[in-house]
Unconditional design. Structure first.
Length: 124
């Protein structure tokens, strides 16, 4: 099943110009499923980078912003979009000029797969 999920995510990644990686992680940033191209920056694929989303959302909640659904970080050459799909986080790494709205909408295309992965993560 894991290979089917990776194949689906690889196919989905190819539908968006400039998308370099899709990572599904648990709330601690531990990758559950990862697909990436050679253009993806290696440091952005590491757990210590990926776990920053949960810390950032906790801080936003403490500041009164309530629960955070997504974070978009723009860099000179890349953008990182992280979407909260409790209990999972989906991270998209793309070129800086990739359509951010399109990246955010990929969550809907991944709904069934995320439900399958969530059931495994919750019971583990």
């Amino acid at each position: 099943m894991a290979e089917e999920i990776k194949a689906y995510l690889s196919k989905l990644m190819k539908t968006v110009t400039g998308l370099y990686a899709i990572l599904v992680t648990d709330r601690d940033g531990v990758p559950v499923v990862k697909v990436s191209s050679e253009q993806a920056p290696e440091l952005a694929l590491r757990q210590d980078f990926l776990c920053t989303f949960s810390g950032g959302t906790e801080q936003a909640n403490k500041m009164g912003f309530k629960k955070n659904d997504s974070v978009v970080c723009m860099y000179q050459n890349y953008q990182v979009v992280q979407v909260n799909c409790r209990p999972l986080t989906v991270t998209y790494i793309a070129e800086s000029d990739t359509n951010t709205g399109l990246l955010l909408s990929l969550k809907d295309d991944m709904k069934d797969i995320l439900n399958d992965i969530s059931s495994v993560v919750i019971t583990s």
